[in-house]
Design a protein around this ligand. Sequence first.
Ligand code: NAD
Ligand code: UDP
Length: 313
Amino acid sequence: MRVLVTGGAGLIGSHLCERLLRDGHEVLCVDSYFTGSRQNIAHLTNHPMFDVLRHDVTVPLMVEVDRIYHLACPASPVHYQRDPVQTMKTNILGAINMLDLAKRLGARILQASTSEVYGDPDVHPQPESYWGRVNPVGVRSCYDEGKRGAETLFFDFHRQYGLEIKVMRIFNTYGPRMCADDGRVISNFIMQALSGRDITIYGDGQQTRSFCYVDDLVNAMVSFMDSEPGFTGPVNAGNPEEFTMLQLAEQVLNLTASVSKIVFRPLPSDDPRQRRPDITLAQQMLGWRPTVPLSEGLVRTIEYFRHQSGRRR
Ligand code: NAD
Ligand code: UDP
């Protein structure tokens, strides 16, 4: 099949492109390089079935494909809050443009949605049936509400035009090719530990997250795209193992044998206190569950950052 991956030069997108090529598909990667990089896909550019187009999804796109994975959007709070108006445009105009394209082509389309649609949740763990607790006017709203608006558009295109949609709510995902300076907790802690700088915990470190290794997440995405047409989701994808940020910091310190000290910094506003996916639906419908424990995923990610820092020196 001819498959379009928007945001294909990012963390998840680059691993997805690699996987789709391995499965024998023709892949068109579309990216504006807002947060992704050419380096993430450099090893694929000589592949005979791989094409790259520099393009911003807020502008309509005319290409011929059979399937669309729509991932284009910055994912880290530091990046998406840098230009919140652009983030909202990417979420809403990007969704409209990709849905219009899918409608014209009769193509199946998958939306990379997020656990952020649950906001700061008062239901724990979060099942897909939970409608969330989101601040519509806060600093995270450009992302949270943008992704919620995009989900609405996906379901309206499905109901109104019969479009084949797949909406996946992705929980914190990490791995090699994360941006070293994207401010996300895993990249921050690893970079700080490797360079001997203080490990910055925001707040008291008791807030929780559940971290999914990128290969596991890509497996879920591909299974979902290939699932029966009637299964639209939304479906959660993430690793249900839950950790406090203090536990994460301690794991990173141990695995890097670092001399860094833990310091506490103010908690950013609207920072969710807890997050853990209920993945019952993904298990039932896709037969999927993550297989890479945090300790193992961290070792692979630490290796990647070590290698990257070595190359920079
Ligand atoms: P990333 O920042 O590494 O990748 C996003 C990619 O989208 C980048 O290559 C970026 O350049 C590109 N992009 C951004 N705006 C664009 C635009 N207007 N036009 C074209 N390209 C654009 O992030 P990621 O972690 O790989 O996330 C991929 C998708 O998954 C995003 O939609 C994100 O919201 C979603 N998601 C990720 C996580 C996570 O923890 N990684 C969690 C929930 C949801
Ligand atoms: N965090 C932290 N130190 C950092 C970066 C982040 O303690 O250097 C915290 C952040 O406040 C949040 C959690 O780690 O509670 C996850 O943050 P991240 O930005 O990775 O993802 P998100 O908040 O979008 O889940």
